[in-house]
Design a protein around this ligand. Structure first.
Ligand code: SF4
Length: 325
């Protein structure tokens, strides 16, 4: 990456206390995130992949300020929010689009009120707010007549377009997209992704894209990071990571992609599927935390936590056996 990063995630840690016994004492911690670091350049789409329980949604919630980190730092442009920063300033530069548009929109509020609310809260838009709400609808390719409707009158795809328009209202630089299409029909998914691509290009937006759909991630993202039990296992250019995955976990995830075309067949050639369940984040394995499921594990993997090797702008991996030298 040549440009100064827009998003900097540095050593991000989130441990949730586990309480037990009659006095509800802290008896352990769920280690949702453990020292995650990556940068995203302006205009870049960075994808975060991983099974459920890998920590990707916790990371997304910390980046938008919905959750506080236990340690580390998130910086978007010049704004730093992880510990007690200015929430409102942070909300003007980063916004989130949630997985389920049905529950993220207030059913009692008209679409017009939904789009006007962030403009009123942040107070940064100079001009007629109603005209801006109509303009936001046009940006997401919905007619102005939708201003008077309520969310129950819209289809799933239309609701997600309204949610995207609401996120764009304060003209953020970074959008966090948490599984933005997974609740939609396949034909609608493609149209919403096309819209996101168009908006990214027209408005010079930067995206942090969370998904379990690796085929979509390969097509949509410039770079990707693969999370396992709260740590990045591999990151780099999407094309490099998907065409020649090095970490056994990335290889296993790609092997599990459903085959719908020649592209998926080519991606999966020679890869072994992962077996077993992801361990509990309250009981993280010693050494490399993937060793309990790894087909390439060696004795040292049980005791020594591997370091990252390689170049994160190209391909970097956290593995003793498949290090990049
Ligand atoms: Fe597998 Fe060892 Fe690499 Fe971990 S360090 S992914 S256990 S080979």
């Amino acid at each position: 990456m040549s440009a100064e990063p827009l998003l900097r995630v540095d050593g991000l840690t989130k441990h949730f206390p586990v309480r037990g016994g009659p006095l509800r004492r802290v008896v352990g911690h769920v280690r949702a995130l453990d020292g995650v670091s990556f940068d995203v350049a302006p205009g870049e789409t960075f994808g975060l992949a991983g099974e459920s329980g890998s920590g990707k949604s916790t990371l997304a919630r910390i980046v938008v300020g919905l959750e506080t980190a236990s340690g580390g730092r998130v910086r978007v442009g010049d704004v730093d929010d992880v510990r007690g920063g200015d929430r409102r300033a942070f909300g003007r530069v980063v916004q989130m689009v949630f997985q389920n548009p049905g529950s993220s929109l207030n059913p009692r509020r008209s679409i017009q009120a939904t789009l006007e609310l962030p403009l009123a809260i942040h107070g940064t838009f100079q001009g007629p707010i109603r005209a801006r709400a109509a303009e936001l609808l046009e940006m997401v390719e919905l007619p102005r007549s939708f201003l008077g409707k309520h969310s129950h009158e819209l289809s799933g795809g239309q609701k997600q377009r309204v949610a995207i328009a609401r996120a764009l209202a304060v003209q953020p630089q970074l959008l966090v997209l948490d599984e933005p299409t997974s609740a939609l029909d396949v034909s609608v998914q493609a149209k919403v992704i096309e819209l996101l691509q168009k908006l990214r290009d027209e408005l010079s937006l930067t995206y942090l894209f969370i998904s379990h759909d690796l085929s979509l991630m390969h097509a949509f993202c410039d770079r990707v990071g693969v999370l396992y039990l709260g740590q990045l296992a591999e990151l780099g250019r999407a094309d490099a990571v998907f065409r020649a995955p090095r970490h056994p976990y990335t290889r296993g995830l790609i092997a599990s992609v459903p085959v719908v075309g020649e592209e998926e067949v080519a991606l999966k050639a020679g890869l072994e599927r992962i077996t077993g369940e992801i361990p509990s984040a309250a009981n993280v394995p010693s050494g490399c935390r993937f060793h309990t499921r790894c087909p390439a594990a060696e004795e040292r993997c049980r005791h020594e936590d591997p370091e990252f090797t390689g170049d994160p702008s190209e391909q970097a991996v956290r593995c003793h056996v498949h290090s990049i030298v």
